[in-house]
Design a protein. Sequence first.
Length: 671
Amino acid sequence: MTELLKISLPDGSVREMEQGSTPADVAAAIGPGLAKAAIAARVDGELRDINRPFDGDAELALVTSRDEEDALELARHDYAHVLAEAVQALWPGTQITFGPATDDGFYYDVKAPESRDPFSMDDLPAIEEKMREIIRADKPLTREVWSRQQLIDKWEAEGEVFKAEWARELPEGEELTVYRSGEDWLDMCRGPHLASTGKLDPDAFKLMRVAGAYWRGDQKNAQLTRIYGTGWLNKKQLNAHLMRLEEAAKRDHRKLGREMDLFHLQEEAHGSVFWHPNGYKIWRELEAYMRRKMDAAGYQEIKTPQLMDVRQWEQSGHWGKYAENMFAVPDIVPDVDAEEGAAAPKVAADADWMAIKPMNCPAHVLVFKQGITSYRDLPIRLGEMGCCHRNEPHGALHGLMRVRQFTQDDAHIFCTEAQVVEEVRKFCALADEVYSDFGFDYHVKLALRPEKRFGSEADWDKAEQELRDAVAEAGMANEDYGWEELPGEGAFYAPKLEWHLTDAIGRTWQVGTIQGDRVLPDRLDATYVGEDGDKHRPVMLHRAIFGSYERFIGILIEHFAGRLPVWLAPVQAVVAPIVSDCDPYAREVAAKLEAAGIRVDTDLRNEKINYKVREHSLAKVPHLFVVGKREAEEGTVAVRTLGEQHQRVMPLDEAIAMLVDAATPPDLRGK
């Protein structure tokens, strides 16, 4: 008699099933409703196909569309395969490479046949229609196990040179999985997949765009076309996503930056920002705000060099781990043989190499090391509005969000082992104050040790637990703060707490961080004299709240759709006369606003008032003070507030008081 399998279910019950049974069989045994709803399974924690037989006794959790994270990953993976099948059906000879799921959809890299041009946006409607045809055909998606040589033979016979190359690099003798769609089309893939293409909603996806890509991400290799799509479980989710994209386009900080005359970027300075007067006013307000917060929290501000000897970066470990992202600068000497006026510097034979700093930490250690530090001096909190440079690839640059030159609200806390938890707890409280002042909700996550790292396991154990303890003491290690641990995502020298902000349209941005580091003080020989008279290593806490000013300003612009809080607005009020006879009163109003500390402009152009109102609304000016003959006679102003339909006529002194209150930074209210 064949021994039965024991399948343990989440409710604690155990089902006995015959050998060769699948999760689908278990679902059917429980009831027809679950059999219809189950789309996949977690077998001993591993996500698997619903029709894949059990290997033996197992713990089973059936996956339905209510398990949205798993369901979306499966659906998007399937959409990618359907996309590749559709392209090959429409254009035989197309070569396929890889097509993963992404955070909001999927893509597939393909190479068009020699007989036609690379794929373009014009091809997307036909591909979409073919995909819907494949989905409606409800083709079974069947898992098969092949040998490496079988795969090589298949791909070579069909002219799939990219797949053949990949298959040849797979381990000898290893059995590999492929998934067949219907009778003919297949792709090599680990899976899992849904049971059939018909499990997808044909109206819940949309192809979005095409872009160039290189085979295996190397520009030396063949150029491919990457076709991007977004995929969801139903049409309602798709429509909601498309509406979010539309809203995000309206909020795009690059578009608003032009409209509000805040900044610009140009090729002469790839990845660096040209701040205009209006944009730099926002920067200065943020910088002043952060200085007040750091001063109140006991930080001492310092300024460190942009260039340091490469040997310093070798000692810190950054050169070995990060050199490709750093800009190196040699000592140069003038070429005395060059023609007059020619730019002909040359590198000296014995030149020392310098590196432009990509982060501030090693320089802060050097400041800490000046003189003798006692345990009585600790903690020492050194802060810097530090300008850094990182050699980001051109293709990765994105407005203010991804730049090469940036300034951090950076600080490093040097403390004893006993002080770590309390210092991190204080930072958690400070970060909460800042994000609350800007109206952000946030989640806190702990990024744990990566595979490649410096330091002992004991130090990593201690550092990770200290961060857990600090978050718990701050009252944030719970669902209200989205507490989560992220294995493998820490820095090479330290675990870190991360603050993920949620903006007005539901996007998340990772900004603040604090890291507990024992590696860098050791590598750079930082010490303090302990109570016992011996030298000890301090713990170094790396921390930032804004992250970078550039990116944080970009986030703020998009979060507020350009309608920044009054205290941050570059121009807080514009005074606009209805007729030129009122120009003197408009100047008087503006002078009083300026005397009260308001950033104010006057609009004395010979234009209709409706034109002025529309123009300043587009520029996102929070308040427009309209003045006519009556206002001049009565000492009043008609206040138009951005976003409000109706204006209010107010005595001038009352209007100024209202604006002064609105323009007061949140940390100074009530002081």
